[in-house]
Ligand binder design. Structure first.
Ligand code: NAD
Ligand code: ZN
Length: 358
């Protein structure tokens, strides 16, 4: 394997308060005759002002997507099949929402041009053809889904992204106004995803100057946003949006770590949402990230968040074992966190003890 990762970046980026209003102009050169733009919009915005501002033309369509549960491969297939049944071709897919809506948009774009089912492409570099033109517009900041080369999906057999050079967006629209009214707890859970990306990247063995340059800036912004006395104003929205971007760039060249590996187990078995699961786990990671865990607890307190407790109470041995299997299958995450001899450092017993705490 080549020693250095040669990764594909997103195409275009527009950033700034109110830049959503430039969307019509941005889409224009990508419109094909009789081929609509399809807006996949987080169902939260149904009936809200943002949905009214979407620049529809011709036979464009808005599809409100249900993100009550994080995206499943079956949902991606049904959206792509509906669109293929209705239109000979489409000009593009625009995902508007949090990480879930953006990931759905990436996946549907790819499934418009790749044969078979979305589950066939869960893994690394399995996607064969570029998707249709795709745009990501975050309304929550923290996941880094706007910059990443994956879209996380739960399939019949695994929870894993379609990780490929065809996955990154062609365009992203970063408008801090769009995240301004998110509820405090959701803003925190998604924001903490970014904080944890930074801790795991900066403390990982894969770290290099490239990752560090982004990770340190993102961490500084997270501290401003979640620890200062002005935790919620226009500036903090701007900083949180750029923290998410930079945090995503940091892990593009490094990797996440213990918190994400363990959180994936919760997500797979219990359907725990990514940001919430990460917070539940981070609350107990003193052994692996002592400073990060202490600072995380300070942020929880400062923002008056109640982290869910007792979610693993009463689970069977089989269920604990399933979560442990999922966590241990995330090999690169453990290697980044604990080094090449990670298998000697993390045991099933240790993981069982950890899961018992949640
Ligand atoms: P989310 O997209 O799952 O949304 C959480 C909730 O917030 C939903 O109920 C949604 O309707 C609502 N919401 C969205 N925007 C809102 C707003 N402005 N105001 C009020 N409510 C709003 O949350 P998330 O934390 O952004 O994303 C998590 C998802 O991202 C998971 O599916 C996870 O797997 C994925 N993820 C992807 C990557 C990647 O690189 N592709 C990285 C991390 C996480
Ligand atoms: Zn994450």
């Amino acid at each position: 394997m080549a020693p250095y990762r040669n990764f594909k970046m997103i195409g275009y980026v527009v950033y700034g308060r109110g830049c959503f209003n430039q969307l019509a102009e941005i889409l224009l050169p990508h419109r094909k005759e009789n081929a609509p733009m399809i807006f996949l919009v987080d169902h939260f915005f149904n009936g809200k002002e943002l949905a009214e501002k979407i620049p529809l033309r011709g036979n464009d369509e808005i599809l409100f997507v249900d993100v009550t549960h994080e995206p499943k491969t079956s949902y991606v297939d049904s959206l792509a099949d509906t669109l293929k049944g209705k239109y000979d071709r489409i000009s593009g897919i625009i995902g508007i929402g949090g990480g879930s809506a953006m990931d759905l948009a990436k996946a549907v774009s790819l499934m418009m041009t790749n044969p078979g089912k979305a589950q066939d492409y869960q893994g690394w570099d399995l996607v064969k053809f570029p998707g249709v033109y795709k745009v990501g517009i975050p309304t929550l900041s923290g996941t880094g889904a706007e910059v990443s080369r994956t879209c996380v999906l739960t399939g019949p057999e695994r929870k894993l992204g379609m990780n490929s050079d065809f996955t990154p967006f062609d365009q992203i629209v970063l408008d801090p106004d769009l995240i301004a009214n998110a509820p405090a707890d959701q803003r925190f859970y998604t924001g903490m995803d970014c904080y944890i990306h930074c801790i795991e990247s900066l403390q990982g063995t894969y770290l290099n100057e490239f990752s560090k340059s982004y990770g340190e800036k993102a961490l500084e912004y997270c501290r401003n946003v979640f620890l200062s006395d002005h935790t919620w104003d226009e500036k903090s929205d701007e900083q949180l949006m750029m923290a998410s971007y930079a945090g995503g760039m940091s892990i593009a060249y490094s990797q996440v770590g213990v918190c994400h590996a363990v959180s994936y187990g919760l997500g797979y078995l219990l359907g725990t949402h990514h940001g919430v699961g990460n917070c539940i786990v981070m609350d107990h990671l003193q052994e692996y990230y002592p400073e990060g865990t202490a600072e995380f607890k300070e942020m929880v307190k400062k923002n008056q968040i109640e982290i869910p407790q007792g979610i693993c109470k009463g689970l069977s041995d089989m269920e604990f074992n399933k979560m442990i299997d999922v966590a241990l299958s995330m090999k690169p995450l453990w290697e980044n966190a604990l080094g090449q001899d990670w298998e000697k450092k993390i045991t099933r017993e240790k993981l069982r003890d950890l899961y018992e705490k949640f």
